[in-house]
Design a protein around this ligand. Structure first.
Ligand SMILES: Nc1nc2c(c(=O)[nH]1)N[C@H]1C(S)=C(S)[C@@H](COP(=O)(O)O)O[C@H]1N2
Ligand SMILES: [Mo]
Length: 203
């Protein structure tokens, strides 16, 4: 009788941390800064967050107005398309559901373009921004978010590759179609689900 090799023993795949999506490695304590633009000189007094486009009510929140909303946060892992992942990070801010509930996307709305105060953009289906899966965050590990990492405030959409998590977030434009953002126009995948390795268009 033959025994299929690899079936009885512990395979290499079993040694992988189950938190690591395919093709990723654990960056440990380090947190690389990855920016296409120069870190802007943006203070919390200058910062605003706007939701416009296909909504019942276009809204803009100041720093104080955003901080008056119910607090929410994320604790878990993040995954950059350049292949580092970081486990157990903690972001604090407000759930995007809270902002979208106040602006009320129209029935025809399907997607959003998230844009930064610097001009960086990325596109997301609305379904990836709702249901407690996306945040406007101004705290990291209980401390104010550093400017290099997107402070005063950034978008955090941790279930997608981190290029979707716009630093120095300025707003969401709500659309009835998908419109490629900065990296997506340069060959990156429209959605970017790390568990399906959706790195590039066509993946
Ligand atoms: N405004 C802006 N947001 C951005 C980027 C950027 O270049 N500009 N890079 C994205 C990419 S590719 C990643 S991996 C993360 C990096 O965030 P970090 O620099 O805090 O690690 O921010 C995302 N958000
Ligand atoms: Mo990235």
């Amino acid at each position: 009788m033959t025994v299929t090799r690899g079936f009885t023993g512990r395979s290499r795949a079993d040694d992988r941390d189950p938190r690591l999506p395919p093709g990723q490695y654990d960056a440990g304590e380090s947190w690389p800064v990855l920016s296409a633009e120069v870190t802007p000189d943006l203070t919390s007094a200058d910062w605003t967050f706007r939701v416009d486009g296909l909504v019942a009510e276009e809204r803009t929140w100041s720093w104080e107005e955003a901080h008056a909303l119910p607090r929410s946060g994320y604790q878990g892992d993040i995954h950059c398309v350049t292949s580092w992942s970081k486990f157990g990070v903690r972001f604090g801010g407000v759930s995007l559901d809270t902002f979208l509930d106040l602006a009320r996307p129209l029935r025809t709305a399907t997607h959003a373009v998230a844009y930064a105060h610097t001009g960086y953009t990325t596109n997301l289906p609305l379904s990836d921004l709702t249901g407690g899966r996306a945040w406007i965050a101004w705290e990291f590990g209980g401390e104010p978010l550093e400017p290099g990492h997107g402070g005063p405030a950034r978008l955090v959409v941790p279930h997608l590759y981190f290029w979707k998590s716009v630093k120095w977030i300025a707003g969401l434009r709500i659309l009835d179609h998908d419109e490629p953002g900065f990296w997506e126009q340069n060959g990156y995948h429209a959605r970017g689900n790390p568990w399906n390795e959706e790195r590039y268009a066509g993946d």
